[in-house]
Design a protein around this ligand. Structure first.
Ligand code: NAD
Length: 454
């Protein structure tokens, strides 16, 4: 099979034990950081070609974040990787129980196109830090970034340790025939099922980082101007193609017009009167996705509150805000584009009920000054994570786990959670040759006296 050699070469290399010492792992993280720093322009330029996202945004949103993550790992790796002693039971009072942190082996990372640098590197950092070898498959949709990774990463790493495989469905299908020790997939639920089915054949554990419809609850006690500013930033960043982007808003009829007016104001402030000419406004990844969103725009029954002409040749869809009913076509699947449906509700209870009727989202957001409403959202709904009075920001906190729940994913990574994901926590009990008298009751024949002592 096409990738048997690659995976076997990595497995053989892993078995030499070279990837295990902490010193080696740190050297590789430093090398990865060097790769990013020396190629940051080439990488941002590739993202510009793929998504028409300006280099400064890529620098801030993707490159800066990955460098920070490497630094965080370098500062904490010694601590995370060392064996931890645990409390003893009465029966093991003379022994030493410890948890050893074993690397899993050969890891496969399958990445999406929307943040084509960080979605490759952020899972790679914990996988390497945990002492594994890595095969990474960037998305074929962000073809320029994928080609840049393939060409440049090979100058820094031997493929027996870290290899890039480029290609689309046929190549990924072939890769998935191989036996990996862990697979981390980022993308959409239908493909996640294919990944999990393939992994099941080898009993390979998976981490699935997926998406979903992230709701935003806006309550009337919120600062509506700031709320609108933050929603506008998070929604139209990367043209709505962000897994954590606000998918839709739930708001009451009194606040709705104020919120929409403020969103209109901030779209103007951020992107100017001619959004198409703004350097800060990204494009849709390709015509297939343009057509997918366009079709729903044609089918929606909602009133267009903000929006305008689309341009297929330019892959441009302007920031669009719709006033919709709960049954609108935009409310079926994750939008993953620059359209924000607004749904009118009467109360926080109605908002929470609506969220609970759908699949569990990757994130839920609430804007309010009322702590009890915050508590209700946190306690009464299930989502991968929550940011209160802003959007997206919980992903920036290294000390929080990042991942979904239900259809929005399984498992987590970032910081120590990422290290743990790619590590097998091995239970080891150290025992000496003393203390036989304490054990005598376990040995056959089990006499009534021994049974009493058990
Ligand atoms: P995509 O189409 O690029 O697919 C992702 C990867 O899956 C690619 O590498 C692709 O080659 C592979 N793939 C696609 N079809 C396949 C198949 N039939 N068999 C095997 N492999 C296949 O990306 P996408 O799925 O459109 O990504 C968008 C989704 O990713 C959204 O739902 C978004 O919310 C989610 N996402 C989640 C996160 C997160 O961290 N949770 C981050 C970014 C994106």
């Amino acid at each position: 099979m096409a990738y048997t050699n690659l995976v076997e070469t990595q497995r053989k290399y892993f078995r030499t034990g070279e990837t295990k010492p902490i010193k080696f792992r740190k050297q590789q993280l430093i090398r990865l950081k060097k790769f990013i720093e020396e190629n940051r322009e080439a990488l941002s330029e590739a993202v510009w070609k793929d998504l028409r996202r300006r280099a400064e945004t890529t620098e801030a949103m993707e490159i800066g974040m990955t460098i920070q993550e490497i630094d965080y790992f370098l500062s904490n790796l010694d601590d995370w990787a060392k064996p931890t002693s645990v409390e003893k039971t009465f029966a093991t009072a003379l022994d030493k129980p410890v948890i050893e942190k074993d690397p899993k082996g050969v890891v496969l990372i399958v990445a999406p196109w929307n943040y084509p640098i960080s979605m490759v590197l952020l899972p790679m950092i914990p996988a390497l830090a945990a002492g594994n070898t890595v095969v990474v498959k960037p998305s074929e949709l962000s073809e320029n970034t994928a080609a840049t990774f393939e060409k440049l990463l090979a100058k820094y790493f031997d493929p027996k340790y870290l290899a890039v495989v480029n290609g689309g469905i046929p190549e990924t299908t072939d890769l998935l025939k191989e036996r990996f020790d862990h697979i981390l997939y980022t993308g959409c639920p239908p493909v996640a099922k294919i990944i999990m089915t393939a992994a099941a054949k080898h009993l390979t554990p998976v981490t699935l980082e997926l998406g979903g419809k992230c709701p935003v609850v806006v309550e009337d006690d919120a600062d509506i101007d700031i709320t609108a500013k933050r929603i506008t930033w998070g929604k139209w960043l990367n043209c709505g193609q962000t897994c954590l982007a606000p998918d839709y808003v739930l708001v009451n009829s009194t606040v709705k017009p104020k919120l929409v007016a403020a969103i209109r104001k901030y779209i103007g402030e951020f992107y100017g009167s001619d959004v198409k000419a703004s350097k800060d406004y990204t494009r849709i990844i390709n015509q297939r996705h343009f057509d997918r969103i366009s079709k729903i725009l044609d089918e929606t029954k909602g009133a267009t509150l903000i929006g305008g002409d689309r341009d297929r040749a330019d892959l441009f869809i302007p920031p669009t805000v719709l006033d919709v009913e709960k049954s609108d076509p935009f409310m079926h699947d994750e939008i993953f584009g620059p359209v924000l449906p607004i749904i009118t509700v009467k109360s926080i209870s109605e908002s929470l009920e609506f969220i609970n009727e759908g699949e569990k989202p990757l994130a839920a957001y609430i804007f309010t000054r009322n702590e009890s409403k915050v508590k209700r959202l946190v306690r009464e709904t299930s989502s991968g994570g929550v940011t209160v009075n802003d959007v997206l920001m919980h992903i920036t906190v290294d000390t929080l786990p990042f991942g979904g729940v239900g259809v929005s994913g399984m498992g987590r990574y970032r910081g120590k959670f990422g290290f743990d994901t790619f590590t097998h926590e091995k239970s080891v009990l150290h025992r000496g040759f003393f203390g036989e008298s304490l054990l005598s009751s376990r040995y056959p024949p089990l006499t009534p006296q021994k049974l009493e002592q058990l």
